[in-house]
Design a protein around this ligand. Structure first.
Ligand code: GTB
Length: 217
């Protein structure tokens, strides 16, 4: 059975692959699993029908037979566990790859998202300018620690895994900011991820959705 995921009908990033369906699309492409996409408008995200699948009214979701999932990390992990290619064969290696998935979303991503959100909702507040360098230093600290661990390796723990997929996607959120450029090893790591043919296919597919929506405006 072909799984169906949800994605934005009209992504605010104009198809730059920042919305979280990109993580899931990339995972499908890495393992060679075809998938269908149901695009959803912002209005429909908040309707009861979508909330039955995603209680927070967000994308992405995943449906296959009688299984419905939300949370991009959980979906990527499910894909990695049910197909070969994104998790090592040995139990310890698998555990470490999953550890890196968690590190991406629970250690590296939160300060990045906080800074991004502050830019949307606090930029006109008197405290914003004073908070900005503090938020940047929090991000820098994590990037420095991650860069030190990565060192000169291509990937975080041996071969490319779901841990790298999640980490590259989280770091890509800094595209367009100068912070990532301060860490050349991490910039090169992100570029390596983006150069993977599976990433390129996933990126092209989600960009096509944005371009189709733009034509119909
Ligand atoms: N923890 C959840 C997961 O990983 O699946 C978070 C899901 C989530 O944040 N979904 C966002 C959403 O549906 C889209 S990805 N938001 C709608 C809403 O909450 O009403 C976040 C996102 C959106 C847009 C950009 N962008 O334009 O750059 C980047 C990231």
């Amino acid at each position: 059975m072909i799984p169906t995921i949800t994605a934005f009908e009209n992504s605010p990033d104009r198809g730059q692959g920042q919305a979280r369906d990109m993580r899931v699309r990339w995972a499908f492409e890495e393992v060679g699993q075809p998938y269908d996409v149901r695009v959803v408008s912002f209005a429909r995200l908040k309707k009861a029908e979508h909330r039955a699948l995603q209680p927070f009214g967000q994308i992405p979701t995943y449906e296959e037979g009688d299984l419905a999932l939300f949370e991009s990390g959980a979906i990527v992990l499910h894909i990695a566990e049910t197909h070969a290619g994104l998790l090592p064969e040995d139990a310890n290696g698998r555990a470490r790859a999953i550890m890196w998935m968690f590190a991406a979303v629970s250690t590296i991503e939160p300060p990045i998202v906080e800074e991004e959100m502050a830019g949307y909702v606090e930029a006109d507040k008197p405290w914003y300018e004073a908070r900005l360098p503090i938020m940047h230093d929090r991000i820098r600290r994590r990037l420095g620690e991650l860069s030190l661990r990565l060192g000169d390796a291509d990937w975080l723990d041996g071969r490319f895994s779901a841990g790298d997929l999640m980490m590259v996607m989280v770091l890509r959120r800094l595209n367009g900011s100068d912070l990532l450029a301060e860490f050349p090893k991490l910039s090169a790591y992100v570029a390596r991820g983006e150069a993977r043919p599976a990433f390129q296919r996933a990126f092209a597919a989600q960009l096509e959705v944005f371009e189709a929506a733009s034509k119909h405006k």
